[in-house]
Design a protein around this ligand. Structure first.
Ligand code: FEO
Length: 169
């Protein structure tokens, strides 16, 4: 059984994951507006992954005898100065999320909640991957410069979507 404190903290993280999804969807929309379809696709995959993260937590709270309470999702930023600025923001955002996951783990340790510690381990590893994939794109964009932007866009367009988009079915 989850303590109320642990339950509330995971509920807060569900909101943070849904906000992440919303932020990446806003980034996708920005890329659509400047005709970088590959970058937009990369962001759609990211959007979907964040919903999966939120749902994993949602299921866990229910399974552990808690109650999910959904809160307002903050409005995401809607435009950026350049494609590089978007991915730099994405990388910074993932670093922030890593901090939130670490805080949750620290709370689970403090509460001697072993089940939640085991549950959160997946997220600890996932954050290593999340940071690496965003910073990888930042580095590729820096190397490619203006001229190589379309090649990077094409490459990012190869990313598989966890859930196919309606036009792809
Ligand atoms: Fe849910 Fe991108 O971390």
């Amino acid at each position: 059984m989850l303590s109320e404190r642990m339950q509330n903290a995971i509920n807060k993280q569900i909101n943070a994951e849904l906000y992440s999804s919303y932020l990446y969807l806003s980034m996708a929309s920005y890329f659509e507006s400047i005709d970088l379809a590959g970058c937009a696709k990369w962001m759609y995959a990211q959007t979907q992954e964040e919903i999966v993260h939120a749902m994993k937590m949602y299921d866990y709270v229910n399974e552990a005898g808690g109650r999910v309470i959904l809160d307002t999702i903050e409005k995401p930023q809607e435009s950026w100065d350049s494609p590089l600025a978007v991915f730099e923001h994405a990388y910074k955002h993932e670093q922030l999320v890593t901090g939130l996951i670490n805080d949750l783990m620290n709370l689970a340790i403090e509460e001697k909640d072993h089940a939640t510690q085991i549950f959160l381990q997946w997220f600890v590893s996932e954050q290593v991957e999340e940071e690496a994939s965003a910073s990888g794109v930042v580095n590729r964009l820096k190397l490619a410069g203006e001229q190589g932007l379309f090649m990077v866009d094409k490459e990012l367009g190869q990313r598989q979507l966890p859930i196919p988009m309606p036009q792809e079915k």
